[in-house]
Design a protein around this ligand. Structure first.
Ligand SMILES: [Zn+2]
Length: 262
């Protein structure tokens, strides 16, 4: 049986703050990989230079991807893209894509992830039309979703009864996009923009076991570096990476996974 592949998608990359630097240090120390999901309208010049240098020095260990446009909920409670029309979304998706190309050039990998996950069928059309290759959202393999996903796959749908149908590690119907989505998170519950509950290492290990038991071989782990302000919460990232390695998992990036799929 081939090893489970883990990729870490670190969202909300904008300022070059201490938490972002420490997150990358931990990734390197553990010989792991990271997808840096950049907010196109909010990323500052020093973060752009820093990321481009990392990509040049560690091409297989990092991919630089897009996280929405400006990370502002346009429809309250629905994330940046949920509840919006195609005409409304395409402007932001196009503007974000132009900024990513301008700032990162060839160091950018065309994967897209939506702030707070909110999106609809029109978002997928917008990503497809602006040349994105990968859409990374959420993939939950447990019982309830299994039926939803099964019916959605048969009907070739991206949404069903108002819920997202994951096509993890497959092409999204009606588009050229590959779906490579997240199944775990290093945050258990979000309370606000700067407060959350962290899981224990045992909880993460249990979750890994449950996902592996379903036969899933590529597992995305969401990280939000900015919440890990206290040393013990930063330590959780290091402990989780060590646990994944001890469990025989290998690390990869969205860019590498995409290349292997196509
Ligand atoms: Zn975000």
């Amino acid at each position: 049986m081939s090893a489970v592949k883990i990729f870490l998608r670190n969202d909300d990359v904008n300022n070059l703050d201490a938490e972002l630097l420490e997150f990358w240090r931990i990734v390197c120390e553990n010989r792991a990989c990271a997808d840096m999901a950049v907010e196109p309208a909010n990323v500052v010049a020093e973060t752009v230079s820093w990321l481009r240098e990392l990509k040049q020095n560690h091409p297989d260990q990092i991919s630089i991807i897009t996280h929405g446009y400006d990370h502002v909920d346009k429809v309250p409670g629905m994330g940046e893209f949920g509840g919006r029309t195609y005409e409304d979304q395409i402007k932001d998706v196009r503007a974000g894509r132009e900024l990513m190309d301008k700032n990162f050039g060839d160091d950018f990998f065309a994967a897209f992830t939506c702030p707070r996950g909110g999106h609809n069928q029109a978002t997928i059309r917008c990503m497809d039309e602006t040349g994105y290759k990968v859409f990374s959202s959420y993939h939950n393999v447990y019982a309830k979703n299994k039926i939803l996903y099964g019916v959605g796959h048969l009907l070739r749908r991206t949404h069903l009864l108002g819920k997202r149908v994951s096509h993890h590690m497959q092409r999204i119907p009606g588009s050229g996009l590959m779906d490579i989505s997240m199944s775990m998170s290093l945050i258990k519950r979000y309370f606000s923009d700067d407060d959350c509950e962290f899981p224990t290492l045992d909880y993460l290990k249990e979750r890994l076991d449950r996902i592996r038991a379903t036969g899933q071989t590529v597992i995305g782990v969401t990280v939000h570096h900015r919440y890990h302000r206290r040393p013990e919460h930063m330590q959780l990232i290091a402990d989780a990476l060590r646990m994944f390695r001890d469990e025989g998992c290998e690390f990869s990036t969205l860019e590498r996974l995409y290349k292997e799929l196509t």
